[in-house]
Design a protein around this ligand. Sequence first.
Ligand SMILES: *[C@@H]1O[C@H](CO)[C@@H](O)[C@H](O)[C@H]1NC(C)=O
Length: 442
Amino acid sequence: MRSLWPLWLGLAMTLLLSEPQSINAAPHLICYYDSRGFERQGLAQFTLTDLELALQFCTHVIYGYAGINPDTFELKSLNQALDYERRHFAQITAFKDKYPYIKFLLSVGGDRDVQQEEKYIQLLEAGSQAQTRFISSARDVVRRFNFDGLDLAFQLPRNKPRKVHSDVGMAWKSFKKFFTGDFIVDPDADTHKTQMTNFVKDLSSALKVNDLLLSLTILPNVNSSWYFDAPAIADKVDFINLGTFDFLTPTRNPEEADFSAPLYEAFGQNRLAHYNVHFQMEHWLLQRVPANKLNIAIATYGRAWKLTPDSGTTGEPVVAADGPAVAGPQTKTEGLLNWAEICQLLPNPSNTNGKGAAAPIRRVPDPTKRYGSYAYRLPDEDGQYGLWVSYDDPDTAASKAQYARVKNLGGVALFDLTQDDFRGQCTGDRFPMLRAIKYRLL
Ligand SMILES: *[C@@H]1O[C@H](CO)[C@@H](O)[C@H](O)[C@H]1NC(C)=O
């Protein structure tokens, strides 16, 4: 008898491990669509035809972004000319006719609602009358334009970035000063967390009446421990997208270039333990939030810093940097390069002899699949054109999708469609990030 035990145990384990796979619904691929992409110019301009090509891969589309009126707390369009006059809300949800299995949600916040950002906290503090105004206005807009639900991407106070200072010419390793970033950002966070729970409960019941979905997007660097009582809100929302990217950015961390969206903690160099995908996911899982409600986010762009002659020559992070790199030719945003822009800087036949800003960048892949890729170009003799960029490419994005699958998560949220290589400028494949994730989730 005794000798059969290992066999039984093995069998039981196999059953146990295979169970979740078989009962799980198909993984989610949540596609953010930032309507700013529609208004970009030139090669970065994203059309409805481009969007339609992506839809075959998406289970949900999240329209970004609506905002909040700071005086009335009602939901409002942030671009009335586009959303209402040019009927963009309606144009997007019109795809439901052809793709009835895709859910379309309208998202509020997302760092696009820049007028008086403290209003998000004020709404939590404002009591039930003001909150009811938000809730009914949100439900009205969602219904009027035929969305399937609402996504809260509230702009709550962020973790303070760690500050580092190095003396010019001093070896980077010996920081002069160093803070852990653990100082108090919101002394009333506990109160706000309770208010957030009640708000989500009220909003959820109001939306349920009309069979509308409610999802949460936790923006990068909004600290989940402060604002979200995970067990209390988990069953009030349909899913939760964790903003697991932009842990370090050239704007927040101008002097240290490092992996901006590592899957696991990169040890050493006094990095902060919570700046990685795995930590953020575990934070929710450990509080018994069902794995299938949680989605990890993957950005379709990289973060780019400027290197200087003081940055050393190895490129190995953490690297001393001098703020955001110049904007890319297509996305025209300081410190940001989308995958198409990065791909064209990587060594290829057309840039072998490139000079200055056209010189190729050296790619450093990550065979461990734990931290993501980076690429860099040292400054030239005049100290110009130094660049260091951390990014996900289709391979590392696939590793993250694999992580989501192995952990039986709900799936992956892609930030966002309009920054993927939707024209196929890199290899001819249109939406290479989206495809890589989809194929790994299948
Ligand atoms: C929130 O911030 C604290 C202190 O900075 C940190 O210890 C904690 O891990 C953070 N929580 C999450 C979920 O990132």
